[in-house]
Design a protein around this ligand. Structure first.
Ligand SMILES: [Fe+2]
Length: 131
């Protein structure tokens, strides 16, 4: 089920919200791909693009939190680092085994729950931060 963006996810920063919507779009694209059949070349491109996009989003957001002196800035950075560690593990598994329904289901479910929890519990603190 696609994640539908709502005001609950709003951070008070339009650029960050747009980037979060793009991350939800990645999940949506993955769901569509899984329905159409699993292809190694697609999954390789997907993982590469997701990694680049996520890293640049995290950089942008970490700078924003620092500038706004957000009290959860350090927790945000730690959680980002953990997500990137998990992403690398998924990439390693893909390199060894190739794409499978099990791998993509796990990746999808992990990303979905991580994103929803992280945005609601950490990123939305930005609403209360000045600057
Ligand atoms: Fe974040």
């Amino acid at each position: 089920m696609a994640v539908v963006w709502s005001e609950d996810y709003a951070t008070g920063d339009a650029e960050i919200d747009a980037q979060h919507k793009q991350l939800f779009q990645y999940l949506d694209d993955l769901e569509t791909h899984m329905k159409e059949g699993i292809d190694d070349a697609y999954v390789k491109r997907f993982l590469d693009a997701l990694g680049i996009y996520t890293r640049s989003h995290f950089c942008y957001e970490e700078i924003c939190m620092r500038v706004k002196k957000c009290p959860v800035a350090e927790r945000n950075k730690d959680q980002h680092a953990k997500l990137l560690d998990a992403y690398i593990q998924f990439c390693r598994r893909f390199e060894v085994e190739g794409a499978s329904e099990d791998l993509l289901n796990r990746l999808h479910d992990f990303l979905e729950s991580w994103l929803i929890n992280h945005i609601l519990k950490i990123d939305t603190h930005m609403r209360k931060c000045a600057g």
